[in-house]
Design a binder for this molecule. Structure first.
Ligand SMILES: N[C@@H](CCC(=O)N[C@@H](CS)C(=O)NCC(=O)O)C(=O)O
Length: 151
């Protein structure tokens, strides 16, 4: 394990995986921010001490909250596979420069995806950033499978 932590590709993977995971985790506080500012809550206990009338007003969905939630969901669909496949990829011993290119493009694409989704940028900005990240993960999966294929 200590030897693995000194491997440059593994260190690069750990760095970018941590960055993109923290980005994904920040979607939670961002959702909370939108809930509070838009007055849109989903649980009765979240609006505990209000009158029945006020509760009714606050227990609703809001398009901005739903947008951030979809963005978070999309992160889960893409970042979790990146972390799993990226770890296996790092273990196949790729070139440092090739690995860095994969990790940087993926993290950049997911940051752009979030900006495009939350700031409502016109398509195809979100679609292209999503496809870019997906291609990076597929490229790493290709390397993993072509290195260790064993049925
Ligand atoms: N689960 C996704 C699968 C396809 C996907 O991830 N598309 C990208 C680019 S259009 C996206 O940002 N989808 C919006 C979303 O997941 O809410 C969906 O329902 O759209």
């Amino acid at each position: 394990m200590a030897q693995l932590m000194e491997d440059e590709v593994f260190m690069a993977f750990t760095t970018y995986a941590a960055i993109v995971t923290v980005k994904m985790m920040l979607m939670g506080p961002l959702t909370a921010y939108y809930r509070i500012t838009r007055g849109a809550f989903s649980n009765e206990e979240d609006v505990g001490r209000k009158s029945a009338e006020e509760k009714k007003k606050l227990l609703k969905t809001h398009p901005d909250v739903e947008r951030v939630r979809r963005c978070h969901q999309n992160d889960l669909e893409n970042i979790v596979p990146f972390v799993v496949v990226g770890l296996l990829y790092a273990l196949t011993g790729p070139d440092l420069s090739t690995a860095l290119l994969h990790f940087r493009i993926f993290v950049g694409s997911r940051i752009l995806h979030t900006i495009a989704y939350v700031c409502i940028l016109p398509q195809p900005s979100r679609g292209l950033s999503y496809i870019t990240g997906l291609l990076v993960t597929f490229s790493m999966a290709h390397r993993v499978l072509s290195t260790v294929l064993f049925f």
